[in-house]
Design a protein around this ligand. Structure first.
Ligand code: FDA
Length: 413
């Protein structure tokens, strides 16, 4: 056993039972698994928490630049993607941002709102991990980490789990093994394989909140803009509606990144184009009126509204960079602005699992109870957190889903 908890022995010693027996085994000691184990333990359940990775909750540790954007004050079901959009409502309504805030306050962890309702720890995400471990200790959770899980069997009722420390069994099994992003810190497809073993459908996992790449030849005119950043409106089509975000866009060597692209990437489908309004604050009327008596060139005028390097790259494409504003017709200026208000870009792909913050898709929620996160056809088998097909926007929503789904499950154990 490792970690900072004083690990109690399983409540029934191995000698009186073929394998140590618990009320619940939680696999995955990330955000969802830690909170679920803590709440269930404090409700008097005998809980075993297992994780194969040497360090606890690596994603909490690295999130938010080390300060963990642990929730968003404006959390609503509309901030989540899922093939079954109503599924998240019940859990989100029962464990809210205020509930995780209460936990931070209890542990005297200072936090602040950065913007748009995003709450970050003032000092370090490490404090939140310590708080969650302390809550597990208060619930007398047994915590084995690192400890690989080698096999799972249904025992009707309950489950037997073969671990690197031997067989253990429990009435309930909670899968909190997260998604596929950042495999270099312990992500694995374990949760999906287990779901398949028990006949649950999977919505195909795909990288989300991820930078987008472009075909090098197509991107050549913009490749030198690496480092340029600006606020834009970004739009994509999803399920017969338009999804729009106002966020910062960042040019990179290989394509586009920044919050605007990360948000849009979760909705983006291969082959689709995105529309970017590069000057959301500039009205057509103001742009056309600005030509009167204006001796600036097109590139000079555009440079009043956009970073210079971007203005040059965009004007180079028109072939009229050095033409004076006053010499353009209203119609020509209107056409140019309309193009830059809906600048079409067609990504060739994403930067993949190594750069994705989260996984979209996962265990199909139509096979789960929205109140307990339990598989409808497999009594006692629960899935929580990112392994489930519920994916939040950028800005603290994914941790909120981890907390809310964990609490919903723990109340049912
Ligand atoms: P999580 O991935 O946290 O935990 C899963 C656990 O399961 C891990 O400890 C893993 O080791 C374990 N595991 C995996 N396979 C296993 C196996 N086979 N056997 C045993 N254990 C296994 N979100 C947000 O809201 N605000 C933010 O600021 C950020 N920032 C951020 C930055 C970066 C770089 C990334 C990659 C992600 C974020 N996120 C985020 C997303 C957020 O980190 C993520 O949604 C949650 O951590 C999901 O919590 P889970 O507990 O479901 O999975």
């Amino acid at each position: 056993m490792t970690g900072s908890l004083a690990f109690p022995s399983p409540s029934r010693p191995a000698s009186s039972s073929p394998s140590p027996r618990f009320d619940a085994i939680v696999i995955g000691a990330g955000a969802a698994g830690l909170l679920c184990a803590a709440i269930a333990g404090q409700r008097g359940r005998r809980v075993l928490l297992l994780d194969h990775w040497p360090k606890v909750a690596e994603k909490i540790r690295i999130s938010g630049g080390g300060r963990c954007n642990f929730t968003n004050l404006h959390t609503q079901p509309e901030n989540f993607l899922s093939d079954n959009p109503h599924f998240c409502k019940s859990a989100l309504s029962r464990f809210k941002p205020q509930d995780i805030i209460a936990l931070l306050r209890k542990h005297r962890i200072a936090f602040h709102e950065k913007h748009k309702g995003q709450l970050f720890c003032d000092d370090s995400a490490e404090q939140l991990i310590t708080a969650l471990l302390d809550e597990c200790a208060a619930g007398q959770v047994t915590h084995w980490q690192p400890c690989a899980v080698e096999a799972v069997e249904a025992t009707h009722p309950g489950f037997r789990v073969r671990t690197a420390k031997g067989w253990v069994s429990a009435q309930a099994l909670v899968v909190a093994t997260g998604g596929l992003s950042i495999p270099q810190i312990g992500a694995s497809p374990f949760g999906y394989r287990l779901a398949e073993q028990f006949g649950l459908p999977i919505v195909p996992p795909r990288p989300a909140l991820v930078p987008l790449a472009f075909d090098p030849a197509q991107w050549a005119p913009f490749a030198d803009l690496s480092g340029v950043s600006l606020e834009v409106d970004i739009e994509t089509d999803h399920a017969h509606r338009v999804v729009r975000f106002r966020e910062d866009l960042l040019f990179t060597h290989r394509g586009l990144s920044g919050p605007a692209i990360l948000q849009a990437s979760s909705y983006w489908q291969p082959g689709q184009a995105l529309r970017i309004d590069l000057m959301p604050g500039l009205s057509e009327m103001a742009w056309i009126q600005s030509k009167h008596g204006n001796r600036r060139t097109l590139v000079g005028e555009l440079g009043q509204h956009l970073p210079q390097r971007l203005a040059h790259a965009l004007c180079a494409q028109t072939g009229e960079a050095d033409r004076r504003m006053a010499d353009f017709s209203d119609k020509a200026l209107r056409a140019l602005l309309q193009h830059w208000h809906a600048w079409p870009v067609r990504p060739s792909g994403t930067l993949g699992w190594r750069k994705a913050e989260v996984t979209a898709g996962g265990v199909d929620t139509r096979a789960l109870s929205s109140t307990s996160m339990m598989a409808l056809n497999v009594p006692g088998l629960h899935f929580i957190g990112e392994v489930v097909d519920v994916t939040g926007w950028l800005g603290g929503y994914n941790f909120q889903w981890a907390w809310s789904s964990a609490a919903a499950c723990a109340q049912a154990l």
